[in-house]
Design a protein. Structure first.
Lengths: 334, 269
């Protein structure tokens, strides 16, 4: 049992690492072959072939596309109908218990006992993961500080806002120091500010803590902001798996944002015959030649504007998806 | 598993919670101990040897409380995690589903021990300390101790098993509470009726399906006392050897645990 394992390792003065800890670096994070799950006559997931490297991976798809099923399969919470998958080199069916030592899970649904305090609950979950009581308490305090709940940690969960509850759910997924966290719709029910904070937190988990993240969302903009890699599932089938850099490739257009009346700059560019479009407070200028850069500089100076941003535009995910959806006679893979 | 067991006991006894969270369990515990406390009071005041109750009759006296206690505690232990959907957090950790079931069962058995063992031990130590010659009392009655522990443990395993096997089936507290009380009350009623209707020859086997008859049966056997005819006519007429009740209780307890393990292996989270 993990609990006994940790105790025996700690009593021997060794670190809290198992002898054969799966490593994330230098190996595939997830490899699935023909992974399928059927509920009665409904195919929740069909023959998923996938190989993912460590990083922050966005899992996108409409509600009911199979995202949660995929996550539950990876955790070993449900068994595949057919096919197989390995997470950090561990088989999801055969090595489920070992695998779950190194994985954190934040479900989409409510899962918190209302009458426990934040600190009580997260400490308990740390102990269930095998941490001795003292270590569990220390680690809980640390993780609640990271997720911004330190002040409210002794309050009962039923007095928490939705955002705070989401943070407790995230904290319990991280408290046992996993190498991979699976976050199922972590921004559900959050207001825009809470959403921004949660996404920033997830980005930090992936970059500063070095934990691999799988983040499911039905909102492309969230995936675009946080993830390095995108996996799209549609009707239980894999539609796309690509690095974000490929999807949001740099375009030839320039984004110009300036303080002052942007229309004055637009008028200057129009005089030079530059092609551009106005998008609210900024201009999207086609870089047809290097002269365009001079025209922009001159337009800014002549009109006494303050240059805020001048950068190459990246294609936005939503634009990519929209253009594909609009493509006539499109044949979708899978 | 140990962490889950201790946390479950904290839930049962409302440790770290409000007064009202403790009220039900501790209230029943105190009421269940009343006969023992009264016995102690009488023993302390009266120089005569008056028996308000005896260890072998104790469970018969507090039968309704045992059933109610089990019906209150079992849904609290397992229903909460289903109701709050916390199971998905447990099962996504390195905790095997059977470990969860065993930890919860062990917690319920421990809780049941508090209401079975505590009053009995209270009575034993009280009677011993009230006796004129304490060492004499202990040397005369020491064999009561294994009987107290054995009967309390078997009763707790049996009631705990039945309680948790029912409570694990639903997240609705009210349903499982009613169902547990119904099994104890109706089980006894139906077994008695079948016994009377079918006659001793066939009807006696119905008693083996009644938790309360079974408890009485093995308790008298543990204390090596023949069941008195006035309150236990059916037990006397059935005339099973006491060990039959003990084995029956052990089989039911183990069967219930297996049912609970099966339930948690299959439950969708």
């Amino acid at each position: 049992m993990v609990c006994d394992y940790y105790r025996s390792v700690e009593s021997a003065g060794a670190a809290r690492e198992p002898a054969v800890a799966p490593t994330v670096a230098g190996q595939a994070l997830i490899v699935s072959k023909g992974l399928a799950k059927r509920y009665g006559s409904v195919n929740a997931l069909e023959g998923l072939d996938l190989e993912l490297e460590p990083g922050i991976i966005g899992l996108v798809g409409a509600n009911g596309a199979g995202k949660s099923t995929f996550i539950k399969l990876l955790l070993g919470l449900i068994e595949p109908t057919s096919g197989s998958a390995q997470v950090m080199g561990l088989d999801i069916t055969r090595d489920g218990t070992t695998l779950r030592q190194f994985v954190g899970y934040m479900p989409e649904h409510d899962c918190l006992p209302p009458d426990a305090t934040g600190t009580e609950f997260v400490t308990h979950m740390a102990e269930i993961s095998g941490l001795p009581r003292t270590a569990a308490r220390e680690r809980t305090a640390e993780i609640l500080r990271h997720v911004g709940l330190f002040e409210a940690r002794y309050r009962q969960i039923n007095g928490y806002s939705t955002g705070m509850k989401q943070r407790v759910k995230l904290a319990q997924a991280l408290v046992h120091d996993p190498r991979l966290v699976l976050l199922d719709e972590p921004t559900n029910g959050l207001d825009p500010e809470g959403r921004d904070e949660m996404l920033a937190l997830i980005r930090r988990i992936g970059t500063e803590f070095g934990v691999a993240v799988i983040l499911s969302s039905h909102l492309l903009s969230e995936i675009e902001r946080v993830c390095d890699h995108l996996v799209e599932i549609e009707d239980g089938r894999l539609k796309r798996s690509s690095p974000m850099t490929e999807l949001t490739a740099v375009t030839s257009a320039l984004v110009v944002e300036a303080e002052g009346d942007i229309e004055l700059l637009a008028a200057s560019l129009r005089k030079h015959g530059a092609s551009f479009e106005t998008r609210g407070r900024y201009l999207l200028v086609q870089r047809e030649s290097d002269d365009v850069l001079d025209w922009i500089r001159d337009g800014i100076v002549e009109n006494d504007l303050g240059l805020v941003r001048l950068e190459q535009s990246r294609r936005r995910l939503e634009e990519l998806f929209e253009s594909e959806d609009a493509a006539p006679g499109e044949v979708r893979p899978g | 598993m140990w962490a889950l067991y201790t946390q479950s006991l904290r839930v049962v006894f409302g440790i770290g919670r409000s007064f009202w969270a403790k009220a039900a369990t501790f209230g029943i515990l105190v009421i269940a101990s009343l006969p023992a406390i009264i016995q102690l009071g009488v023993a302390a005041i009266s120089p005569e040897d008056i028996n308000v109750t005896t260890p072998e009759d104790y469970y018969g006296l507090i039968q309704p409380l045992l059933a109610i206690f089990c019906a209150i505690v079992a849904p609290d232990l397992v229903g909460r995690d289903q109701r709050n959907r916390t199971l998905s957090l447990y099962f996504s950790r390195a905790l095997r589903r059977e470990d969860y079931a065993i930890a919860k069962y062990a917690a319920l058995v421990t809780a049941m021990l508090s209401i079975t063992l505590v009053p009995q031990l209270l009575m034993f130590t009280g009677n011993a300390s009230a006796a004129t010659d304490v060492p004499d009392y202990i040397s005369d009655n020491w064999q009561d101790l294994p009987a107290i522990v054995g009967s309390a443990l078997l009763l707790s395993c049996l009631f705990g098993g039945i309680g948790i096997a029912i409570a694990a089936q639903t997240s609705r507290r009210a349903y499982s509470t009613v169902a547990i009380v119904a099994v104890f009350v109706l089980g006894t009623g139906i077994a008695s009726a079948v016994f009377e209707a079918a006659g001793v020859g066939t009807g006696k086997y119905a008693l083996l399906l009644s938790p309360l008859h079974v408890v009485q049966g093995f308790t008298y056997w543990f204390f090596n006392v023949a069941p008195p005819i006035e309150d236990n006519r059916q037990l006397v007429e059935a005339n099973f050897h006491g060990i039959v009740y003990a084995i029956d209780a052990a089989i039911v307890a183990i069967g219930c645990l297996l049912l609970v393990i099966r339930r948690y292996r299959r439950i969708a989270v």
